[in-house]
Design a protein around this ligand. Structure first.
Ligand code: NAD
Length: 304
């Protein structure tokens, strides 16, 4: 049986480091770091994420400033708000919650955020610094995954790593961070031929695809470390029966509730083959917010 890599426990460790960092700033007479969150429209999942972020900020002493705009907000109004937050010396970090409602250009908004306040690490300047291996604000999810792997003593030097997914948010930056730590990295995606065979080469497999249970146990090299970034809601009984066959408790939960969250990896099957696996929920999910608050503290300290 594989070891379960507990993301919640590691997120708590990361948040404790942030809490101490905030305390140290305040002991030097500086104000608490402040994170401005811009929420446009009424996507229910986004509202939940924003609530969770505010709760985590409160735990570590970061000031959370929420800006809510209606779904019909014109781009110019969103841009003007970002400009105001960029210029506001009382704001250290700015996060525009994605997805934005139809009609708004998320790239335009993200590129407008000052790189010094870009706590999501999505601005081209910060992505460029990452590409060059220079310090900057880095995307939260892959940064936190790297921290989890380091905590569990996974030696990445020379390791064959496969990253499934090539998004700017997870896949690409994750691949760069693994490369920086001297792993031999393959990025696989929707057009990759014989995905199963590519995955089977991986000593470290990172799945960031958004397809429930895509990665079967037979895709995993025995003894591999598996990091499952995917968060998917499964409502289809046929799919649930297939992907949770090796996970009776999950199947029971599905039958009781009619829907469950799961990752891109078939957790039950992975547990029989891998040496370590992150669960969903309770793996990478809680780490992302911890990464965000780590970035907010870093942004505040760099701005004085
Ligand atoms: P995305 O949709 O932007 O990218 C998905 C990637 O997967 C694409 O590069 C695509 O090429 C690849 N892909 C799609 N179908 C595939 C297939 N059948 N085979 C191989 N590759 C395929 O998604 P994203 O923003 O990178 O997010 C990926 C998943 O991670 C989602 O489930 C998302 O909810 C989750 N996520 C979780 C966290 C967290 O905090 N745990 C953070 C970000 C994203």
């Amino acid at each position: 049986m594989a070891t379960i890599l507990d993301g919640k426990a590691h997120a708590d460790r990361m948040l404790e480091v942030v809490r101490q960092g905030v305390e140290a700033r305040m002991a030097r007479g500086l104000r608490a770091p402040a994170l401005a969150v811009v929420l446009v429209g009424d996507d229910p999942a986004s509202h939940v994420y924003v609530r969770n972020k505010a709760a985590a900020c409160a735990k570590v002493g970061i000031t959370s400033l929420e800006h809510r705009l209606g779904a019909d907000t014109p781009q110019a109004e969103l841009d003007a708000l970002i400009d105001r937050l960029n210029a506001d010396p009382a704001v250290d970090g700015i996060l525009v919650q994605l997805p934005l409602p139809k009609g708004l250009d998320s790239k335009e908004a993200l590129h407008r955020i000052s790189p010094a306040k870009d706590v999501d690490g999505f601005h081209p300047m910060n992505q460029g610094l990452l590409l060059e291996g220079l310090p900057g604000l880095r995307p939260c999810t892959p940064t936190a995954c790297m921290s989890l792997l380091a905590h569990h003593g996974v030696d990445l030097k020379g390791l064959r790593a496969v990253v499934l997914g090539r998004s700017e948010i997870v896949g690409k930056p994750m691949a760069l961070m693994l490369l920086e730590q001297h792993a031999t990295v393959t990025i696989a995606h929707s057009r990759t031929k014989d995905l199963a065979a590519v995955c089977r080469e991986a000593d470290l497999l990172v799945a960031a695809v958004g397809r429930p249970g895509l990665v079967e146990g037979s895709w995993i090299k025995p003894g591999a470390v598996v990091v499952d970034v995917g968060i998917n809601r499964v409502e289809d009984p046929g799919l649930a029966a297939r992907i949770f066959a090796g996970e009776p408790k999950k199947l029971e939960a599905f039958q009781a509730k009619g829907a469950v969250l799961c990752g891109d990896v078939r957790f039950g099957e992975a547990m029989d083959v891998a040496s370590a696996v992150t669960p969903v929920p309770g793996g990478v999910g809680p780490l992302t917010i911890a990464g965000l608050l780590t970035n907010t503290l870093q942004a505040a300290n760099q701005q004085g």
